[in-house]
Design a binder for this molecule. Structure first.
Ligand SMILES: Nc1nc2c(ncn2[C@@H]2O[C@H](COP(=O)(O)OP(=O)(O)O)[C@@H](O)[C@H]2O)c(=O)[nH]1
Ligand SMILES: [Mg+2]
Length: 346
């Protein structure tokens, strides 16, 4: 594989250079904004670093291949699509899903090196390889879950992302499918109807609910629920791009307790905003991300981006308003399906 990096002003400048050096089959693997020149940090210029690649061997092997179907009365020949073209297809799919450019680059360079060793390259084969690489990416980045007894999980996150609804779904799953004893706690006394919302779910499921306002209250509630297998705690949604609200949350958590923190984010949010919130939560040390509203977006690349960019596991994704059904377990194959299946665009 030939890799070449260009420092240019704009992408329009880069394209003819790449075509001239690497040919029309070259793939752009990565683009990055950088600063060049200047003096003591002043007068620097904004530039673009573009990395492109082409694999001459793959290109040569793949251009036209003849496939024979021996059982047919007359032999049929098929022209297999060039790699570069198949990879462009995968790249387009990843871009449509809003997979970040660096994640796209990593995946495509793995595909390029794998394709080099294979004789036949059909759309199915390239898709299967992409699927395997995506699965591996997820597998390598998901650490095993922590199991504490009782399991105490506090759900935090921006306004309206689906914290309370997800808690109801998870509570129902533990109670109805896993036959576990569940306790619910809410610290969301900020909105008038919030306590009622959780209490309604509690009464439907016949699960007790405690309302808390301070770390002391939390300790009392945990004491009350000591015979529960799992305790789920709800909090008020806030604008967590502002650090002051994170400090409020910290004050709510008793120091000695083993409370896991699950940060809830909606997949309809902009990726940059998601990142900012996760970064702000760093001092709380998030144990897991719960992503919601998958059903409300047609681009799910953020799942892969988050898995790749952060060392925080994602084990569940909510995909609708129905309690208890609209929540699913994240597995490598589920993520690969989300990214590669055309159904997502419907
Ligand atoms: N479409 C969709 N709506 C959801 C999902 N999860 C929650 N909601 C809806 O989002 C709204 C806010 O949910 P809520 O649980 O009150 O959010 P909270 O403020 O974070 O507790 C409600 O109308 C929920 O029905 C989801 O996965 N998909
Ligand atoms: Mg809520």
């Amino acid at each position: 594989m030939m890799l070449k990096t260009y420092i240019v002003g704009t992408m329009t400048e880069a394209i003819p250079l790449i075509k001239q050096d690497l040919g029309a089959d070259a793939l752009i693997l990565n683009t990055k904004k950088i600063k060049t020149g200047g003096f003591l940090g002043f007068f620097q210029k904004d530039k673009l670093e573009v990395t492109a690649a082409v694999d001459p061997e793959v290109k040569q092997e793949m251009q036209v291949q003849q496939v024979e179907f021996p059982k047919a009365a007359t032999s049929v020949t098929l022209e297999i699509e060039s790699t570069a073209e198949l990879l462009q297809g995968i790249k387009r799919l990843l871009a449509a899903q809003e997979v970040a450019v660096d994640v796209q680059g990593e995946l495509l360079s793995k595909l390029i090196s794998r394709l080099k060793d294979k004789a036949d390259h059909t759309l199915e084969i390239v898709h299967q390889m992409a699927r395997e690489e995506l699965m591996e990416m997820v597998e390598n980045n998901q650490s095993p879950s922590i199991v504490t007894e009782p399991e105490i999980i506090c759900f935090m996150g921006p306004t309206g992302v689906g914290k309370t609804t997800s808690i109801a779904k998870i509570a129902a799953d533990y109670m109805l499918n896993k036959d576990k004893k569940v306790g619910l706690v809410t610290a969301d006394t900020y909105r008038i109807a919030a306590v009622e919302q959780l209490k309604t779910y509690g009464s439907i499921l016949n699960i007790p609910v405690r309302v808390v306002e301070t770390a002391g209250d939390v300790l009392v509630a945990l004491e009350d629920f000591q015979d529960c297998d799992i305790i789920l705690m709800d909090t008020a949604g806030r604008n967590y791009q502002q650090a002051q609200y994170i400090e409020e949350l910290k004050r709510l958590l008793p120091l000695a307790s083993k409370i896991q923190i699950h940060l809830v984010l909606s997949l309809t949010a902009k990726y940059e905003d998601m990142k900012k919130i996760i970064d702000n939560f760093q001092s709380l040390s998030v144990d897991e991300l719960l992503l919601t509203k998958k059903d409300e977006t047609s681009s799910v690349g953020a799942i892969l981006n988050l898995i790749h960019h952060y060392d925080i596991p994602i084990r569940q994704i909510a995909n609708g308003q129905n309690v208890p059904n609209d929540i699913l377990k994240v597995t490598p194959s589920v993520v690969a399906d989300f990214i590669l299946e055309e159904d997502n665009h419907a």
